[in-house]
Design a protein around this ligand. Structure first.
Ligand code: 5AD
Ligand code: SF4
Length: 459
């Protein structure tokens, strides 16, 4: 373990003795992607070791953490709204307020916090999350404000405690940062350049998860298929090694980049029986013109060829995707190309986004930004197409038998259990709680757009 982390464990111990017997609570509000959720699990791990226990009610929290995302604009309004609400709570209960994550790497956001929300105690960035124990200690000891942000790429720190949210599935970050600089995206500026974890650290973490009873692993990174584990060891080799780990039944990964989908990775997906056959393949736009302006390094035709190649090589492969509508200068023709790709590929799932201007990115400086009404109109047309495809695609599941890892009780109906098909469709069905974290066969009976209903046929 690195010295820096040992030092943080010392701070954890000091805080633990300060907190002794006080029954203190923490609350974490997480925005954004699964990488952020995985970071929040590490924050929770550190807080639990300091003697805090979780509460879902921020009003009861002694320490409130906000783990922020800045990929799209609406997150900012949401964050500032939440921080505004914290003022009274701070005055009443003295709640410690800590804000971290991607948004804190943006200068204008930190300035706004300084100017308008002076009661925030700790501001930490993406490269200094591991120092939260030290930051909290400073606040407890000196009632001092702490700002801990650096703009150089953070090192990879192994050995942080972690408190996972699920019992059957777990996320494992394999690489940090991004080198691609898609022109709309803020991520490379706030998360720094690509850094891969050592393969041994990743494989040991997954082996331990398998021992603890986890059955499904999601490998995470901004661009997982450019994972670099050393000479001749890339993402394909990593997939093959994870596939060999006993007791792990399902392997998923997000997000890959279409330009880095080598034949080795395609073959590994085909050969590894545990690797899910739904591939998330972010399209962003179906227009070669727009893709060029986005700096995506592929054309419409190359994307479709890649899909065809995978369909040919990987039996039963299906796809999900991310699409942005209303990128600067996007014409009606460009947008129709996006609809065309959606029609051709028939995605299982499409995450649709309205283009959002991000300060500091090249696309924000482009002329001919698309008016809001047009963006919304295109978004609605895309949504209509996607929903009609999903509905007709869902019908194909009716009558089929799906192997499903039971994840837990359904959120909307606690009498029902829930899990997902290999292709990531939510399935709900009646069943005994004892089935949770086992894999069972479910016959699909009906479709309801965002989920399928079924019945267990043996267990
Ligand atoms: N505006 C809208 N959507 C964006 N994404 C990334 N940056 C932006 C932006 N500025 C979307 C992309 C990416 C997903 C995680 O978020 O589709 O794949
Ligand atoms: Fe952003 Fe592109 Fe990197 Fe994804 S690959 S994080 S969209 S810059």
């Amino acid at each position: 373990m690195k010295e820096e982390i040992k030092e943080q464990f010392n701070f954890i111990d000091k805080i633990k003795s300060i907190n002794e017997g006080k029954n203190l609570k923490y609350n974490i509000f997480t925005m954004g992607c699964q990488l952020n959720e995985n970071d929040s699990e590490k924050i929770a791990g550190m807080l639990e070791k300091m003697g805090y226990t979780v509460t879902n009610n921020v009003n009861q929290a002694d320490i409130a953490i906000f783990n922020t995302c800045c990929v799209r604009e609406n997150a900012e309004d949401k964050l500032f709204g939440k921080i505004g609400e914290m003022k009274k709570l701070k005055e009443r209960n003295g709640t410690i307020i800590a804000i971290g994550g991607c948004m804190m790497q943006e200068k204008h956001i930190v300035e706004k916090l300084h100017n308008s929300y002076p009661y925030v105690d700790i501001i930490f960035g993406t490269h200094t999350m591991h120092k939260l124990p030290e930051d909290i200690f400073k606040v407890l000891e000196n009632r001092r404000k702490v700002e801990d942000i650096i703009n150089i790429d953070g090192e990879i720190y192994e050995g942080l405690p972690i408190k996972r949210t699920d019992n059957s599935k777990a996320s494992v970050t394999i690489m940090y940062g991004c080198n691609n600089f898609c022109t709309y995206c803020i991520v490379p500026y706030v998360r720094g350049r690509e850094r891969s974890r050592k393969k041994e650290d990743i494989l040991n973490e997954i082996k331990q998860l398998a021992e603890e009873g986890y059955k499904e692993i999601t490998l995470l990174g901004q661009n997982v298929n450019s994972y670099n584990g050393g000479e001749n060891y890339g993402f394909a080799e990593l997939l093959r090694d994870v596939n060999k780990i006993d007791k792990i039944e399902k392997i998923r990964f997000i997000s890959p980049h279409p330009k880095d989908f080598s034949i080795d990775v395609i073959n590994a997906i085909k050969d590894c029986e545990k690797v899910s056959k739904i591939i998330h393949l972010p399209l962003q736009s179906g227009s070669s013109n727009v893709l060029k302006k986005m700096n995506r390094h592929y054309t419409k035709e190359q994307y479709l060829e890649l899909v065809e190649k995978m369909k040919k090589l990987i039996p039963n492969v299906v796809f999900s995707t991310d699409i942005i509508v209303g990128f600067p200068e996007e014409t009606e023709e460009d947008f129709k190309d996006t609809l065309d790709v959606v029609k051709k590929v028939e995605f299982e799932q499409v995450f649709m986004f309205i283009y959002s201007r991000r300060v500091g990115t090249p696309a924000d400086r482009m002329e001919n930004q698309i008016p809001e009404e047009i963006k919304h109109e295109r978004f609605n047309r895309l949504k209509e197409l996607v929903e009609s495809q999903i509905e007709s695609n869902n019908k194909k599941y009716i009558g089929t038998i799906q192997k499903i890892l039971v994840e837990g009780k359904s959120k909307n109906n606690s009498n029902m259990l829930t899990g997902r098909t290999d292709s990531n469709k939510v399935v709900v069905f009646e069943g005994n709680d004892e089935l949770i974290n086992t894999t069972i066969n479910v016959k699909i009976l009906s479709q309801h757009m965002w989920y399928l209903k079924g019945e267990i046929i043996d267990s």
